[in-house]
Write a protein that binds this ligand. Structure first.
Ligand SMILES: [Zn+2]
Length: 421
């Protein structure tokens, strides 16, 4: 059993901005800021709590065009934007007229997070985890990963000038392995599923006190980075909340943090606290949260993943029960789609909006369509769907489904003969 919290190798009080402590999500026990992730009373997961100062739309809008414009709402030092980092975030919110028309949705946007530095939303969470890791005195940035996180950790560590240690399943897409290795850190491929890799990382986290495993021993801070997706969507809509959001579910942290972000914006008076519905999207080959939702259960039974959507292939999602809470409380749902539907979703998004999403993006678009056809989405309400990664990283998923229109000899007459004009 790994230690639940590494002893902080630091003598000063950490400067994490408005963050004032950690709160157990199960029993409500409070503890001081530190590299802890589980409650010492009940082993429940810990969450960052804040004493926010005055925050205005103007102060945010005057900030940089990256996630640090929301630094006052994150567990980071005030001067975070000046420390060398990948400057993730402020990705496009694309008004998806064509996709909306094809599906029958009146006002649809795609939050395209493939525009981040390593082409996935993981750059957001890693940036916040790195800030906390520095404050706690860690010297190495580490993670278990399904791929996108590996890319983000290796790149962020390279920019920060520190060591990275990354563990991934051996069957990961080659693109994600190369895109991690190129940054020069330590990369280890592990025989097993992501859940096996995660178990190894948890054991190592207990043994290496100077390693910050971004999604293990600094997880409460790391997860806060996903709030920036919610902040950006609201600001980019003109400081208002969308009525419906479809979000991919792997660990589930992203969906629950968008929920938290919308709540904080309302509490702080930065948006009208209008109702919104959150919808979780999973691949049928790894849909433990969707299964629990449909069965009306509060407990998420672990599954062994088998899907092309490897970035979502977490069989035992840490935030699964909280996703159920968020979706049920807001009147949303959790739905899943087959791998064939995922490929169709990727192609639909690409063909209608010119956005090549990774398999997770295919999952959300396919779930969007399925929910709409089932009457679970209001076709007239403002709707946002997330594309969290770049299709170039999961090219094998569609390489068998698309290809050249023709193969011809090098002459115009051959083109004409192919009947393409
Ligand atoms: Zn507790």
């Amino acid at each position: 059993m790994p230690a639940l919290s590494a002893p902080a190798p630091v003598s000063t009080v950490p400067d994490l901005g408005a963050a004032s402590g950690l709160l157990c999500r199960e029993c409500g026990a409070r503890t001081a800021l530190g590299p802890s992730y589980a409650c010492s009373d009940c082993f429940g997961p810990l969450e960052v709590r804040y004493d926010f100062g005055p925050v205005t739309r103007q102060s945010i809008e005057a900030g940089p065009d990256n996630i640090w414009r929301y630094r006052e709402l994150l567990p980071v030092p005030a001067g975070i934007a000046d420390i060398p980092n990948l400057e993730p975030g402020w990705t496009p919110l694309v008004r998806a007229h064509n996709l909306g028309r094809e599906l029958g949705l009146r006002s649809l946007w795609v939050k395209d997070d493939s525009a981040n530095p390593t082409h996935s939303f993981k750059d957001r969470v890693v940036a916040v985890a790195l800030a906390a890791a520095r404050e706690f005195g860690f010297t190495t940035l580490a993670c278990p990963s399904t791929g996108n996180l590996a890319n983000a950790v290796a790149a962020a560590a390279a920019r920060a000038g520190i060591r990275s240690v990354v563990l991934v399943p051996a069957d990961l897409e080659q693109q994600k392995i190369v895109m991690t290795a190129v940054f020069g850190g330590t990369l280890v491929t592990v025989e097993g599923t992501y859940d096996d890799v995660n178990r190894v990382a948890s054991e190592l986290a207990g043994e290496h006190e100077d390693w910050a495993f971004v999604n293990v021993n600094v997880r409460p801070y790391y997860a806060e980075g996903s709030k920036t997706l919610g902040f950006e969507v609201a600001e980019q809509l003109g400081w208002r909340l969308p009525a419906q959001v479809v979000i991919p579910v792997a660990s589930g942290a992203q969906l629950t943090k968008v929920d938290k972000a919308f709540g904080e914006l309302g509490t702080l008076g930065l948006v009208e606290p209008t109702p919104y519905k959150l919808f979780g999207a999973q691949a049928s080959g790894c849909a433990p949260v969707a299964a629990a939702f449909k069965a009306g259960q509060d407990v998420v039974a672990p599954v062994r993943p088998s899907t092309i959507a490897k970035s979502l292939a977490i069989g035992n999602p840490a935030d699964g029960p909280y996703v159920l809470d968020s979706c049920r409380r807001t009147g949303g749902a959790v739905e899943d789609v087959t791998d064939d539907e995922v490929v169709e979703g990727i192609r639909l998004l690409a063909r209608t909006e010119g956005i090549f999403g990774e398999t997770a993006g295919g999952v959300t678009v396919a779930v969007l369509r399925k929910l709409l056809e089932a009457g679970q989405l209001d076709p007239d309400a403002d709707t946002v769907v997330f594309n969290t990664g770049d299709g170039l990283k999961t090219i094998d998923a569609v390489s068998g489904a698309v290809g050249p229109s023709a193969h011809i000899a090098a002459s115009a007459s051959a083109f004409e003969a192919a009947g393409l004009a």
